[in-house]
Ligand binder design. Structure first.
Ligand code: PEP
Ligand code: MN
Length: 362
């Protein structure tokens, strides 16, 4: 069913996908596709056909008719196509019209019913599908969507990091929360992972910096929204860029590979890593020793009926360590996070000591 050359495109690194947020007209799609193809760097044309909008009355996409425009844009430009699907009907229509790759949007990844419905239609097919992170920072929902596709033997699955909704003011439209995609990369090391800086930023001026950050973390590609007249776009006007500006951005990004076979580099890295491993071992030993002391203190508190939490002492440790850390070039936020973890563990150890006493005296 799937065009065999699409798998080759899917394996291209970096994999660059671009196109408008929404398909608006035949002319817009053809113009965008031709401009993107002429960059020689874009591998796939994206376009939203059915748009999930937060409020009714906003532009909800042109619907099925736009699939014909996409087909024409693809045949004229030679670019394969990629479309968002949110239910079984979308999948069937898109595949019927020759769409090459599908993606599940952030508002759909949150809904296991919808993801399962999409998975059921794709059972045993070789249609590549990308799964955007859910709107909320729930890593298990993202992983769950991938597991649903794996369970029906979809062979080519990829992940798109598009950021997470937050409440209140933020520099980002959707906060990147990089630790979540990093954990996904740890869980699925072989799986395609691309970044969508457009929906993370919600503006044009931060695209480069976010895209670079993702490349530095070893992402395999980018999905960037582009439009022949971004300011007039019917959706996401603030974040779309001209295909020519995309080309400039792609040329200015520093592309990195995960490994190098250069001997000098490998040797230097091995030496530094050995030193880090030694330090980590020492740190673990010291932390274990610290916890033993906390347990001892727990015994004294238990025997003297003293509370585990001593706010003043905790404040002193934190204050002193933050000041020391600053002098050593460590950020206050890091010191606070580190001591928070240590303190919580210490409290839990002291709790166990008190609980053990209760058990003994029963
Ligand atoms: C989109 O790609 O245009 C889109 C709707 O994205 P998301 O699902 O990330 O909001
Ligand atoms: Mn969009």
């Amino acid at each position: 069913m799937t065009n065999p050359s699409i798998i080759k495109t899917w394996q291209q690194r970096p994999l660059i996908i671009s196109g408008p947020c929404s398909a608006e007209s035949e002319q817009q799609l053809v113009e965008t596709a031709m401009a993107l193809a002429s960059t020689g760097k874009v591998a796939m044309l994206r376009a939203g056909i059915w748009k999930p909008r937060t409020k009714p009355g906003l532009f909800e996409g042109m619907g099925s008719i736009a699939l014909q425009w996409l087909k024409l844009a693809s045949s004229l430009s030679g670019l394969p196509t990629c479309v968002e699907v949110a239910n079984a009907k979308h999948v069937e229509e898109a595949l019927h019209m020759g769409v090459d790759v599908l993606w599940i949007g952030a508002r759909t990844t949150v809904n296991p019913f919808s993801v399962q419905e999409i998975a059921d239609v794709l059972r045993n097919t070789d249609v590549p599908i990308l799964v955007k992170n859910p709107v909320n920072p729930d890593i298990e929902l993202w992983a769950g969507a991938i597991e649903r596709l794996q369970a029906v033997h979809v062979k080519n699955i990829g992940m798109i990091h598009r950021g997470f909704s937050t409440y209140g003011d933020s520099n980002y439209r959707n906060a990147p929360l990089w630790h979540i995609p990093i954990e996904m990369k740890r869980r699925y090391p072989e799986m395609l992972l691309i970044c969508d800086p457009s929906h993370i930023c919600g503006n044009r001026h931060m695209l480069h910096q976010v895209a670079q950050r993702s490349i530095d973390l070893g992402y395999h590609g980018l999905m960037v929204e582009s439009h022949p007249n971004p300011d007039k776009a019917l959706s996401d006007a603030k974040q779309q860029i001209l295909p020519g500006d995309l080309m400039v951005m792609l040329n200015n990004l520093v592309w990195r590979s995960e490994q190098s076979s250069e001997q000098e580099f490998v040797d230097a890295l091995t030496k530094l890593r050995a030193r880090i491993d030694n330090l980590d071992e020492e740190l673990l030993g010291l932390i274990a020793e610290r916890m033993k002391l906390a347990e001892k203190i727990g015994e004294y508190k238990r025997d003297n009926n003293i509370t585990i939490l001593q706010t003043q002492r905790w404040n002193e440790i934190l204050e002193k360590s933050i000041q020391k850390g600053i002098k050593l070039g460590l950020s206050p936020a890091f010191i606070a996070r580190y001591f928070d973890a240590v303190h919580l563990e210490s409290i839990s150890r002291q709790n166990s000591v008190m609980y053990a006493k209760k058990e003994e005296t029963k």
